[in-house]
Design a protein around this ligand. Structure first.
Ligand code: NAD
Length: 460
């Protein structure tokens, strides 16, 4: 039914999603284009720009057969019957709505390029997360003064989670397709549905209006982030009352109405989406005069910031009120395990603040050190000179006063902490920002252990 698909944007969403479509729809040619030529080169190499478990195999099966990574050309736009837009929609940093609204410049540029070269009748699919009613704006641009068949604009938000992107794409809880509720709109939605039906059961493909689809994505991220902030709020109270937040998570998570996921207390959420999408949601609420609703969602972001500040303060307090010139080993920098993505990782804030306190950091991470380097480049004063990037966690911990665990990579659970303890300054501390390690064992080895939302285990 569709022979040629184009995707504009070869990032964390565009690359893996299109690779999976190509893998599951061998009769469809899938071209993925990006203005970043270096990234295109990486997608065509053995070292993909995105690390995701299982992704290499999917890309290798389809690449060169019916999956192509290229620069964006007029020909590829003209050949496409269906065009996904997967470009970034970061928080706007300038002008009206700065710090809150989504920056849609990349989105609009893509739409205008499509307008210049696409065949009439091409279906345009917004996969980027966008404010409600963006499709309407894009549709206006695409259909301005155009006679004959319209461009149909669909909303098809992506719900994959980084770190499990391939599994999420292979077995999505649902695929959401929003369209105009006209005959043409519904026909376009069915075309897109046909692609997904190659591997997703029909009953898991939901059809809605465009607006519901757009708002569902923002709502989903706001709800997930809200759960994280809610349990983190309780973690602060646990620390004051000697309750244990892990026990509370288990106790409430077994309630079928609540469910167990996203109830792990820690240093807070990160990633390119949660904060950005909530800020955007709150901004939209403000635009519609719903300031109470906007404030409600903003409190989720404020709680996240508070949790990070609390964690840094705890490190300072426990390390005798100063970390100046002390070596601290940071375990994990990506915003979650199994990804090299560090965008809005809490690690950026934690490390920046520790550096402001004049600490010396040895940062370790199995996949994210290149990105960490970029994130911490250009810090004021001599801060950058006090950071070492050390892939080997044993070397990172050598001579350190404390381990600060920020990302719960499985690798960190399996380390020989007896050896690590011997190599560290005493008293040696572990600040477990993800409650990921075996605290009793660490305590028995001699560590002072400071978790989140439960009593610390101290030797003095
Ligand atoms: N990362 C996630 O987990 C996730 C999950 C669901 C939805 N989303 C949403 O998907 C969208 C993309 O996110 P991402 O993480 O893939 O971003 P990303 O920054 O990794 O990728 C976006 C890509 O678009 C390219 N681009 C920008 N303008 C372009 C243009 N005019 N022509 C061609 N290429 C262009 C950029 O060079 C970049 O490579 C965002 O709206 C995001 O909110 C992200």
């Amino acid at each position: 039914m569709i022979r040629n698909v184009l995707c504009i944007g070869a990032g964390y969403v565009g690359g893996p999603t299109m690779a999976l479509i190509a893998d599951r729809c061998p009769e469809v040619n899938v071209t993925v284009a990006d203005i970043n030529t270096q990234k295109i080169g990486q997608w065509n190499s053995d070292l993909l720009p995105v690390f995701e478990p299982g992704l290499d195999a999917v890309v290798k099966r389809a690449r060169g057969r019916n999956l192509f990574f290229t620069e964006l050309t007029p020909q590829s736009i003209a050949a496409a019957e269906l065009i996904f837009i997967c470009v970034n929609t970061p928080t706007k940093q300038y002008g009206e709505g700065a710090g809150m609204a989504a920056d849609l410049q990349y989105w609009e540029k893509s739409a205008r390029t499509i307008l210049a070269h696409a065949k009439p009748g091409t279906v345009v699919v917004e996969k980027s997360t966008v404010p409600v009613r963006t499709a309407e704006a894009i549709s206006r641009i695409l259909n301005f003064e155009r006679k004959g068949p319209h461009f149909q604009v669909l909303s098809n938000p992506e719900f994959l989670a980084e770190g499990s992107a391939v599994r999420d794409l292979e077995q999505p809880d649902r695929v959401l397709i929003g369209s105009e509720l006209t005959e043409e709109g519904l026909a376009a939605a069915r075309k897109l549905g046909w692609l997904y039906e190659h591997w997703v059961p029909k009953e898991n493909i939901l059809y809605t209006s465009v607006w519901s689809s757009e708002l569902s994505k923002l709502t989903a991220n706001a709800f997930l982030a809200q759960r994280v902030s809610s349990i983190n709020a309780i973690s602060a109270l646990c620390e004051k009352t000697n309750a244990d937040v892990t026990e509370i998570s288990r106790a409430i998570g077994t309630d079928a109405r609540i469910g167990p996921r996203f109830l792990e207390a820690g240093i807070g959420f990160g990633g390119s989406c949660f904060r950005k999408d909530i800020l955007n949601l709150a901004y939209i609420c403000g635009q519609f005069g719903l300031s109470e609703v906007g404030n409600y969602w903003m409190s989720v972001v404020r709680m996240n910031d508070y949790q990070i500040s609390r964690f840094v303060k705890e490190i300072l307090d426990r390390l005798f009120n100063t970390v100046a010139d002390k070596k601290l080993a940071v375990f994990g920098f990506s915003f979650k395990p199994e990804t090299n993505d560090t965008r809005d990782s809490p690690a950026i804030q934690v490390c920046t603040r520790l550096l402001q306190e004049q600490a010396r950091l040895a940062i370790s991470d199995p996949r994210a050190l290149d990105n960490a380097r970029k994130d911490l480049a250009g810090l004021p004063g001599d801060a950058s000179s006090r950071v070492a990037y050390e892939p080997n966690p044993y070397l990172a911990a050598e001579g350190a006063h404390a381990i600060v665990l920020l990302t719960h990579w499985k690798d960190y659970k399996a380390l020989d902490y007896e050896r690590i303890y011997r190599s560290m300054q005493k008293p040696a501390f572990v600040f477990d920002g993800r409650n990921a390690l075996d605290h009793e064992r660490l305590f028995d080895l001699g560590f002072n252990v400071v978790p989140i939302g439960k009593s610390p285990r101290l030797h003095f």
